[in-house]
Write a protein that binds this ligand. Structure first.
Ligand SMILES: NC(=O)c1ccc[n+]([C@@H]2O[C@H](COP(=O)([O-])OP(=O)(O)OC[C@H]3O[C@@H](n4cnc5c(N)ncnc54)[C@H](O)[C@@H]3O)[C@@H](O)[C@H]2O)c1
Length: 495
């Protein structure tokens, strides 16, 4: 697939495609401008695609919107809910990022943004951005790839797109996927339609989006890596990304081929997951040896070479760091017919998965060695501060293990009103600690770091376990002075 470079910023849609996009939008009750500007279809409106579609629709060229954006999700309950939310001007996930919400309002009013469940959108597109998942059973040993959903998504694109389109894969994939799966899958669909597969440009550029307080910025004001399956595809991807991202301040990095871009993503996340896991074993030592590992890490971070050293925590959750370190191992078998073991990467995933159980052991120890019948309040459900995403959250692992040991657990999170995985409705405010034997702080949400413990505790004196350096030193001291036992992961000394 190495057709003529088609700079999406320069392409004129013409041919009534603007009218067709407006007709598609009107089904959703959205009025789109009927103008000739490039159309971008964003496939998948999850945590990445919903924000990316808003970022693309926010891009300006000569003062006017650079693109008309059609976000597409599956026609099922979850997909429909995301589409309806975006079309109503609501972001589909809890977020604390005001700039993302402002951008959504602006593009909703701007006449260049619609969401739908209609794959007909791909036939209108100059650019298709692929933001669908590619899942693995990462807790299985050996872990296994679940490629079917991803392949089906690519096939749908191949059944719709026109010659000249740029297909930009942003999904995190096993290195080699664009070359060995995406390109052949598209080619077979295009050939079946009598379209020269060479006329479609395929590129990969991975997302570094960080849902949280800086959600929108982490797309438009952040460095990007990309590569094309061909030089022409790389040129087209570069032109597109330059329009969406502030590349003057955050220059793009172009890699030699798509497998390199895919490798960069999984190595980047593997590095992070591995350094987090490393701190887990040193936390055990610090707790045993009477050492405050946070103090130690601060001292080591003075060396510029070690400035990004991690600190102890509650483990790793979310959709990325839990699975991404296993992608290269899976690629070696599934795409390169060789079995490389990746022992560090695999051990990192396993250690991070077990980290919340270590915190549970601290709770057990402080409650006299027995959890049966004990009442535990868990403060923090999502996998990260300022994020409402509960996928693979360490808190879920903690709750299952605590309940299996006979404890009763109540949970709170300022950004979670319904905990989908456990099917729990959770209270809006941090519950009264009265009646709980232990309180575990698991996520450093701002509301916990701002808590005035004397006011909140009242007459209650639960054991307080800080599982993620959530509490400030003053808060820990305050609780101790009130008579609470306070222990922190990674702190061998009660301060
Ligand atoms: N969540 C993050 O913070 C983050 C950050 C960087 C990269 N990523 C990567 O980005 C990718 C997407 O992650 P996510 O968190 O947005 O996932 P998600 O599960 O939140 O969203 C994926 C969306 O794609 C939709 N979808 C699935 N198949 C589809 C199809 N055939 N057509 C249209 N829509 C379809 C799903 O319904 C869902 O809404 C993953 O590869 C992930 O690893 C995620």
């Amino acid at each position: 697939m190495d057709g003529t470079p088609a700079s999406p910023t320069a392409t004129s849609v013409g041919g009534g495609l603007g009218t067709a996009a407006a007709a598609l939008a009107s089904v959703e009750g959205i009025s789109l401008d009927v103008v000739d500007r490039p159309i971008v279809a964003v496939q998948g409106l999850g945590f990445v695609g919903a924000a990316m579609s808003i970022a693309v629709a926010s891009a300006r060229g000569d003062e006017a919107p650079a693109f008309t954006v059609v976000g597409v999700d599956l026609d099922d309950a979850a997909g429909r809910a995301r589409v309806d939310a975006l079309n109503a001007g609501r972001f589909p996930f809890e977020t604390t990022d005001a700039s993302l919400l402002e951008a959504l309002t602006a593009v909703r009013n701007g006449g260049n943004f619609v969401a739908c469940c209609d794959p007909a959108a791909y036939a209108l597109a100059d650019v298709v951005v692929v933001d669908v998942p590619l899942d693995i059973d990462w807790r299985a040993e050996p872990p296994s790839l679940r490629l079917a959903g991803f392949e089906a998504a690519i096939r749908t694109v191949g059944r719709g797109v026109r010659p000249g389109v740029l297909v930009l894969v942003e999904t995190t994939v096993p290195p080699g996927t664009t070359e060995k799966i995406v390109v052949p899958t598209l080619a077979s669909e295009l050939t079946a339609r009598g379209i020269d597969p060479q006329s479609v440009l395929v590129a990969h550029s991975y997302e570094r989006v960080m849902p949280g307080a800086d959600y929108f910025n982490s797309i438009v004001n952040y460095w990007r890596v990309f590569a094309g399956h061909t030089p022409a595809a790389a040129d087209a991807a570069e032109a597109f990304l330059q329009t969406v991202i502030n590349t003057a301040d955050y220059p793009l990095t172009r890699l030699t081929n798509t497998t390199a871009s895919e490798t960069a993503k999984v190595l980047e996340n593997t590095f992070r997951a591995t350094t987090i896991a490393l701190m887990d074993e040193w936390s055990r030592f610090a707790e045993l040896a009477g050492v405050d590992l946070f103090e130690v890490v601060d001292a080591i971070r003075m060396r510029p070479t070690h400035a990004n050293m991690r600190t102890p925590g509650f483990g790793v959750g979310g959709y990325c760091l839990t699975k991404d370190p296993l992608f290269a191992r899976l690629a070696s078998t599934a795409l390169f017919d060789t079995q490389l073991e990746f022992p560090f990467s695999t051990a990192a995933v396993r250690m991070n998965d077990e980290a919340p159980l270590t915190v549970l052991e601290l709770v057990r120890r402080e409650l006299g060695g027995e959890l049966d019948g004990k009442k535990i309040l868990l403060a923090g459900i999502s996998y990260r501060q300022d994020v409402g995403d509960t996928r693979y959250s360490p808190s879920e692992t903690f709750v299952h293990a605590a309940m299996a040991a006979g404890a009763q657990v109540a949970a709170h999170d300022p950004l979670v009103s319904h905990w989908d995985e456990l099917e729990w409705d959770t209270p809006a405010d941090l519950p009264d600690p009265d009646g709980f034997d232990a309180v575990v702080f698991a996520v450093p949400h701002a509301v916990y770091r701002g808590l005035v413990l004397a006011d909140w505790l009242g007459d209650a004196r639960p054991v307080i376990v800080d599982g993620f350096d959530v509490l400030r030193a003053e808060q820990r001291h305050e609780a101790q002075q009130l008579g609470c036992v306070v222990v922190s992961i990674g702190r061998g000394m009660h301060d």
